[in-house]
Design a protein around this ligand. Structure first.
Ligand SMILES: [Zn+2]
Length: 139
């Protein structure tokens, strides 16, 4: 089955609520990069791990097709597998938004880094992604 992604109103509004309210996301509020929020029922995996969310930069060569700086994709079937509740969905979206890197007007996907992700740890604890979620990865 091919991976199909669709524009998600649900995740668009969840993300804009988080961007408006969480202090750790002020850089996004200020720089206003264009982010397209997508959802997919595809049961994505990478190296044996279940992928829940994915933040990607849209390459300039593809901007004729998608006028956006980033895409954030949430894999809804994988969330169901782990019985994600609303709070966990919020944390996942927050996690994905932390990958939106902005440096002097240049956009990039911020890699996982304990320092960068201190915010999420402060808010939700170091093991936020491991509570009853074996072998899961939020990319
Ligand atoms: Zn991640």
């Amino acid at each position: 089955m091919p991976e199909i992604r669709e524009i998600s109103e649900k995740y668009t509004s969840l993300a804009s609520e988080l961007i408006d309210t969480i202090p750790g996301l002020e850089h996004i509020k200020e720089a206003r990069p264009m982010i397209t929020f997508l959802e997919s029922e595809y049961e994505k995996k990478s190296q044996g791990k279940v992928i829940l969310g994915l933040t990607e930069k849209v390459p300039s060569k593809n901007k004729w097709a998608l006028q956006s700086d980033f895409t954030i994709t949430i894999y809804t079937e994988n969330l169901k597998k782990y019985n994600f509740d609303e709070e966990q969905e919020r944390i996942l979206m927050y996690h994905e938004l932390l990958h939106v890197g902005i440096d002097d007007g240049r956009y990039y996907v911020k890699p996982h880094d304990l320092e960068d992700f201190r915010e999420i740890i402060n808010q939700y604890g170091a093991y936020w992604d491991e509570k009853n979620l074996p072998k899961m990865e939020a990319k």
